[in-house]
Design a binder for this molecule. Structure first.
Ligand SMILES: Nc1ncnc2c1ncn2[C@@H]1O[C@H](COP(=O)(O)OP(=O)(O)OP(=O)(O)O)[C@@H](O)[C@H]1O
Ligand SMILES: [Mg+2]
Length: 382
């Protein structure tokens, strides 16, 4: 690339004293190229034919969080994007933006969007140089992800009721048919095998129930046996947990009838227990506990504690977001559903977790209406 006169900062071919020139544009700006580039709100670097940075404006230093000494002469692949990508981007159509995730010196990651053009030959007599114009688009990327998420949500919400309807009814029919077959079957071996199908059907029903309860209220005008609902979800998953060699413990205290939607309670605990099973390996343990506290108003407190993989700090922060998942086949709906249900009922869902140590998810909801004692209910734990 052609070099500037150190005294004037002027490139060969530029007018040093622009006041002599005349024309449509004020030529005086030409000799002040550096100052003008520094004043731009866009980051600019010039990369030489070997991929070395030979110019960076002030904005570029700020975006890449580097000093001029670090950046000038540095390999562009180390601080911005591989040289190969820069060269390719120079061939891209006008308006096509290339993207690159860049790790800054303080280890933070930002997404950079950039355009590249070859420097015109008259400014670049001794090789191929490239002007890279770029900006930090991390916020844009987040907004785009959020938009995509909302669009997916809208699409799912639209088709969900009919999909659930299509699935739930045949499933209920299959369940009833299998129950009848179990009763009628005289072959004990076959009867046992048919019997094993029933919890699977129940599991699928609970999953659908959970998805179908998105947006429904956990607090209810009707009273339900919450303790029974909790134990039912536990039992449905017990076999799966034990087969995987996971210790599975239920410590649900007896409770009076509570003004909660028991289908929602089942769905929430089913989600929490399923997550715990996914996070555990052979030898780990899971404990479901639940109680009604003596506070005023009293709280329904349900906890699922596991000794599984645990989560990173970022995962703990994000795990309640709708569609956040780290599983290849996860939907990221489970915890979002539980969190919304808890909040809508004036409660909260707390997640505490440590990578490699395990996770505890606790649901706490106030019991706002007087409890009702069902005949024969006694204090105890099952
Ligand atoms: N007990 C747990 N241990 C470790 N990670 C967990 C646990 N519970 C939730 N997570 C993390 O939170 C993420 C979100 O959980 P969530 O239940 O919302 O969705 P999912 O399990 O991925 O998918 P699904 O919608 O099928 O439940 C999980 O992908 C996982 O990374
Ligand atoms: Mg889940």
């Amino acid at each position: 690339m052609a070099s500037r006169d150190p005294a004037t900062g002027v490139l060969p071919g530029e007018a040093a004293d622009d006041s002599q020139s005349s024309g449509e544009f004020p030529i005086t700006t030409r000799g002040r190229g550096h100052e003008i580039l520094d004043a731009l709100a866009t980051a600019v670097v010039v990369v030489d034919d070997r991929g070395r940075i030979e110019f960076a404006n002030q904005r570029a230093l700020r975006v890449l969080a580097c000093s001029a000494t670090t950046l000038l002469g540095a390999d562009v692949g180390r601080v911005l994007a591989p040289f190969e990508l820069i060269r390719k981007a120079a061939e891209a159509a006008e308006g096509d933006e290339a993207r690159q995730t860049v790790k800054l010196p303080d280890a933070a990651e930002v997404v950079i969007g950039f355009h590249v053009r070859k420097l015109p030959a008259e400014l670049d007599s001794d090789g191929e140089s490239y002007t890279v114009v770029f900006q930090d688009i991390t916020q844009w990327e987040r907004m785009r992800d959020e938009r995509d998420r909302l669009m997916r949500l809208a699409a799912v919400s639209e088709v969900l009721p009919s999909v659930l309807h299509e699935l739930k009814n045949p499933l209920a029919a299959i369940g009833t048919a299998v129950e009848l077959l179990v009763e009628d079957c005289t072959d004990l071996d076959l009867q046992e095998r048919l019997h094993a199908v029933l919890p699977e059907i129940r599991r699928m029903t609970l999953t659908l129930e959970g998805i179908g309860s998105v947006g429904r209220d956990l607090s209810s005008g009707r009273y339900g046996a919450v303790d029974h609902a909790l134990r039912e979800s536990f039992r449905v998953l017990e076999r799966q947990a034990l087969e995987r060699g996971i210790g599975f413990e239920c410590a649900v205290k007896d409770m009076p009838l509570l003004p909660f939607d028991v289908a929602m309670v089942r769905a929430i605990v089913f989600n929490l227990l399923t997550n715990a099973i996914h996070a555990c390996r052979r030898g780990d343990r899971i404990r479901l506990s639940a109680e009604l506290t003596q506070d005023s108003p009293s709280l329904l407190r349900v906890s699922v504690d596991d000794s599984g993989t645990g989560m990173s700090k970022e995962e703990v922060e994000r795990c309640r977001e709708l569609f956040f998942t780290t599983k290849p086949r996860g939907t990221g709906i489970g915890l979002a559903l539980c969190d919304r249900a808890a909040q809508a009922a004036g409660g909260r869902l707390q997640v505490s977790s440590q990578r490699g140590q395990g996770t505890t998810v606790t649901l706490e909801v106030p019991v706002r209406a007087p409890v009702r004692h069902s005949p024969g209910s006694a204090a105890g734990t099952t």
